[in-house]
Design a protein around this ligand. Structure first.
Ligand code: IPM
Ligand code: MN
Length: 345
């Protein structure tokens, strides 16, 4: 018998509501002999208003002891933009070296999407998670004046690019189609872009079984809409990956279904699983939030923890639930109940 020691950060807005359903489904899918321990962390907008803290060192330290982290959503209109994003969410991703930001997209049956009825869409974006323009490397001169100059430097290290590219090749090699697409913009971003492409080609020699492809990011957005079947695994930088995965979610069933994992494949720190969507303050408390993205993030977590059969059970339950949706309103709670019943049954 084993146990899962899970940190839970519900966060802001609908984060609370969707995380409750994720935990409900997790409890339902776990076999009797697996003990689930959870510890909830009070982090987010309310904590910041109360104490001015975003992520104190003591909490960061305590989080390290968990097997994984489940996060709802971070961000609230009452907090200045960037304070919680940088001080909490990105701080966690950087501190725990979550260099693989894994964002799968699958066209589930019966979902409301511009691509409904298309041939099977099933790809995964491996978004770099610790570098690029997200490092806070920049500044502003003559701030607020008509002569202001602002820089936001994209940091790309050979070490950082190689490890995420290698992870993407491993994932591609393990999938039936074995195809990996690098997305960048090396016709304009000639320093980082050429380094990414060189490393992509060099590492690729170790994976002759993987078919490779390169697309500029602007062209990739076209193919996401016109030809999404062409993608299997995509590897890209932090900011391109951020933008592409919102687009991917929109065209494959909506942001209510998009799951993600912030993964440290070395296991040195706990990985963190969260829906791609934000805190949606406009619908917080109304019961309108779809918890499916969080439930699918729980599946990613179980897969990461080596419990593939449980992950598949959740994904099958979601597919079955979606297939039966007929447009009738179901609250956050009811969707969670339905999914919990399916994985238990
Ligand atoms: C995401 C979000 C975050 C990001 C923000 C909230 C910092 O958009 O998880 O995609 O840009 O990574
Ligand atoms: Mn985003």
């Amino acid at each position: 018998s084993t146990s899962i020691n899970l940190a839970v950060i519900p966060g802001d807005g609908i984060g609370q509501e969707v995380v409750a359903q994720g935990l409900k489904v997790l409890a339902a899918v776990l076999p009797q002999d697996v003990k689930l321990e959870t510890r909830e962390y009070d982090l987010g907008a309310q904590r910041w208003h109360r104490t001015g803290e975003t992520l104190p060192d003591a909490e960061l330290e305590a989080l390290k002891a968990h097997d994984a982290i489940l996060l709802g959503a971070i961000g609230d209109p009452s907090v200045p933009s960037g304070v919680l994003e940088r001080g909490l969410l990105l701080k966690l991703r950087f501190a725990f070296d979550h260099f693989v930001n894994l964002r799968p997209s699958k066209l589930f049956p019966n979902t409301d999407t511009p691509l409904a009825g298309r041939p099977e869409i099933d790809f995964v974006v491996v978004r770099e998670g610790t570098e690029g323009p997200y490092t806070g490397n920049g500044g502003s001169l003559r701030t607020g004046t008509p002569a202001e100059v602002a820089t936001e430097v994209s940091v790309n290290t050979a070490y950082g690019v190689e490890r995420v590219v290698r992870d993407a090749y491993e994932r591609a090699a393990a999938r039936p189609r074995k195809k990996l697409t690098l997305v960048h913009k090396n016709n304009v971003l000639v320093y980082a872009g050429h380094m990414w492409k060189n490393i992509f080609d060099t590492v690729g020699r170790e994976y002759p079984q993987v078919t490779t492809d390169y697309l500029h990011v602007d062209a990739a957005t076209i193919f996401f809409v016109t030809q999404p079947e062409r993608f299997d695994v995509i590897v890209t930088d932090n900011l391109f990956g951020d933008i592409l995965t919102d687009l991917a979610a929109a065209v494959t069933g909506g942001i209510g279904l998009a799951a993600s994992g912030n993964i440290n494949p070395t296991g040195a720190f706990p990985s963190m699983f969260e829906p791609v969507h934000g805190s949606a303050p406009d619908i917080a408390g109304t019961g309108k939030a779809d918890p499916t993205a969080t439930v699918l993030s729980v599946a990613l977590m179980l897969r990461h923890l080596g419990r593939e059969e449980l992950a598949v059970r959740i994904e099958d339950a979601v597919a079955a639930d979606l297939a039966e949706r007929d447009g009738t309103f179901r609250s956050t709670d009811r969707i969670g109940d339905a999914l919990a019943a399916r994985v238990a049954g």
